[in-house]
Design a protein around this ligand. Sequence first.
Ligand SMILES: *Cc1c(COP(=O)(O)O)cnc(C)c1O
Length: 450
Amino acid sequence: MSDKMITLSQNDIPKAWYNVVADMPTIPDPPLNPGTGQPIGPEDLAPLFPMGLILQEVSQDRWTDIPEEILKLYAMWRPSPLFRATRLEEKLGTPAKIYYKYEGGSPAGSHKPNTAVAQAYYNKEEGVRRLATETGAGQWGSALSMACSFFGLECTVYMVKVSYHQKPYRRSMMQAWGGQVIPSPSDQTNAGRGILEKDPDSPGSLGIAISEAVEDAATHDDTKYSLGSVLNHVLMHQTVIGLEVKKQLEIAGDKPSLLIGACGGGSNFAGLVFPFMPEKMAGEDIRFLAVEPTSCPTLTKGKYAYDFGDTAQMTPIIPMYTLGHDFVPPGIHAGGLRYHGEAALVSILHRDGIVDAVAYTQNPVFEAALMFARTEGILAAPESAHAVKAAVDEAVRCKEEGKEEVIVFNLSGHGLLDLTAYDAYLAGELEDYTYPDEKIAESLKNLPQF
Ligand SMILES: *Cc1c(COP(=O)(O)O)cnc(C)c1O
């Protein structure tokens, strides 16, 4: 048996993004204004986002054409390869077929440039000069810094302070692409100063960094805000992943029975699975499985409710699975999965039983990542390793049940800048932390009441 890499030609890069809203049974209730509690309209979002992206955010159209300039940039790393993991299958002795879509080949090393170049494009179109954003482990900040450099935009990145110190190399990447990186909480914003007054040693969190970036954009006319996950338009941009997978599986002559993605805010998961929604709704037997860490168990232990996207309560209030907007997750190595909320679209699909979810602790995740590296060669990002672990477990289940399923997972990024995490695992220093139910209940007490 030889490994199969299913490649497409550049003509096969999708020409339109797919909007799942056109095909899902129930669509989420509208976001609410954080001040008034009233449903927000496009005008409310105008201080933060360019109209091109706002229209995508509220669109119910099934397809949105991808502008030529974005397609040209996509061609630098798209179409991305789909691999059949034959050596992993052999190692596991499973009758299942395992495929993985590899998004680590983009210049920033993850799926995030798929939306970063689109967002930079629409901001540039509308005369924006600077983008402000937040980043946890640095993947989003580096993707957006790169995209801004392509379009001649300035980029200010509020980076969660603990990661700023623990992950110096992603900071270097952002600076190499011209981004300005500020450890958050910072003294540059009211939100940051407020946190520092109460806790000068605050390690920061994504919720805090979002507050800082939103405030920066809202208080500067030439600056807009940019978010790397969660929002409808971000998930839509990522559907190029699943649209390509559909073509690749057709070439391979296989139909998927299980699609798996690691879930932080939900964008790479949605990017893989949403394009298969029409088949799922038509009654085909396809499971969608979202994977998260037990230290930040948004879908598996959170509550479906309206909540703020940030700590300072400045973002619109979104109906989603949440652990509470002041939830500060422990410093696990999968930094991209440490967000208290979840995309509204993924959330409602989970509530309606269309998306399944599972949570894992760190050690089994890294154990699976090493098995994957030693069979397939690629060192997965700690976030992506959650999808690897789920794929391994499902393949083992197929072995036990004697089922020949077709498992496809998204390998959202490589882990070449996460070697300290692999070191810690190999040294036996990783903690298997499960966020205690009582503490979740406590932070859920502060949900806004609407
Ligand atoms: C950011 C990131 C994630 C998590 O974000 P989603 O929006 O849930 O996709 C997962 N994997 C990698 C490699 C990331 O950089």
